[in-house]
Design a protein around this ligand. Sequence first.
Ligand code: CP
Length: 313
Amino acid sequence: MKHLLSTEDLSKTDAIDLLDLAAKFAVTNHSNKTKSSALNGLLVANLFFEDSTRTRFSFEVAAKRLSADVLNFTAKGSSVSKGESLKDTILTLEAMGVDAFVIRHQNSGAAQTIAASSWSNAAVINAGDGTHQHPTQALTDALTIRDALKPSSDQKDLSGIRILIVGDVLHSRVARSNIFLLKTLGAIVSLCGPSTLIPARLKGLVDEIYYDFDLALRAEFDVVMMLRIQSERMQSGFVPNSVEYSTLWGLTEERFTTLPKTTLILHPGPMNRGLEIASSVADSQQSAIVHQVRNGVAVRMAVLHKLLVRETS
Ligand code: CP
């Protein structure tokens, strides 16, 4: 594996290997925060053309925990604002000896473009491209589900676990990445949301699509993953207004009380509290949202390790 561009590229073995390595890093991060020297002397460039809190800082923490040197680049404040192209940005940083580019970009396919180009020989990690893919978020979610629902099991995949992904699927790279990864790991994946926000082409990829949230919740899922309404990617009115969205598609306190006490609540963040998820639900005992963020560091350590450390046998 030279790059990580999409969860579609991960076999079940690849995915489980990454989750197992991440689980080991999660234990050491939690217990003593000891740094590893695995990436000593390597240079990781975090290129964020789009805003981020969780992904950007967790990649930075992950690279530093593995002793890499880190360059943090944001489009704002760089020569991109003077019209510099993606190609020249990569060529410039490549000349400084970058070993891995972690890239978030508003255009779907940006990470793939760099990986397929002759601009650089570095590893490319997709940290979210347009509405396409966000593979490390999906790995983070899978690890969080495995931690919560299979804590002491020898079973390393997610077979039989029933997951409902709710909301703005159309604009969600997190949903797309999760659908491929969770299905590869054997989970039963359903979608729920307004018909305007569920692309018809996903029908063949998932087990069930619901257009009525209350009806869906009667099916008692093991995991309910709420998605952010991505207003910044909406060119026209996909939903009538925020009050109606929250009433029909929000995980309100009232809906939450109908769920089994064992249902795990996930949200990749950032959250619109009070819109797609009630604040009290996000902060409830059944919510693993903070655990997702914690696992994000471990997953990104595992991905950097996998791509950059050449095992000698
Ligand atoms: N989940 C996620 O990608 O969050 P950020 O946009 O804060 O990185």
